[in-house]
Design a protein around this ligand. Structure first.
Ligand SMILES: [Zn+2]
Ligand SMILES: [Zn+2]
Length: 153
């Protein structure tokens, strides 16, 4: 029997999105959404595949990918590219933020800074550029990895 999950705005949005696009609701899609909503991370398709697999062995990687694209189209997930790999994070009701990416351990840190936002708007306005959005990805090493590499060398 399928365990029914508590209603949430995200589930309602997804259901409405599926109906609007004449797509079927399926237990697989709902399980994927559930696992995605519970995670607090920037998930690759494989990350999510592994997590969903624990609950449902019948969900394939392609279904995970397609469902993530649907979640993105529904405004519930956003996709970013890190080292040529797609990663997805929750989008609904989230503030804009940017990312520090550790190249040692792969950890992703979120940050947002009004001053940086303000400066880039100013620079854009200076050349008459209209910003639709942006994504900062700053690569480097987290404090732990930075300490480790100094010790090693
Ligand atoms: Zn690190
Ligand atoms: Zn993020």
């Amino acid at each position: 029997m399928m365990a029914h999950s508590a209603p949430s705005p995200e589930r309602e949005i997804f259901t409405a999105f599926l109906e609007k696009n004449r797509l079927k609701r399926s237990e697989q899609r709902e399980a994927i959404l559930d696992v995605f909503l519970k995670s607090e991370r920037h998930l690759s398709v494989d990350d999510l595949f592994r997590l969903v697999k624990r609950r449902r062995a019948d969900v394939g990687r392609t279904t995970i990918y397609r469902t993530l694209k649907l979640l993105q189209a529904a405004g519930l997930a956003s996709e970013m590219q890190i080292d040529g790999q797609s990663r997805f994070e929750k989008e609904y009701n989230r503030q804009h933020h940017d990312h520090f990416i550790c190249q040692g351990c792969g950890e992703i840190f979120e940050f947002s800074n009004p001053e940086i936002e303000r400066i880039q708007e100013e620079v854009a306005a200076g050349i008459g550029f209209v910003i639709d959005g942006h994504r900062h990805q700053i690569y480097g090493r987290c404090s732990r990895c930075a300490r480790r590499s100094t010790v090693a060398s």
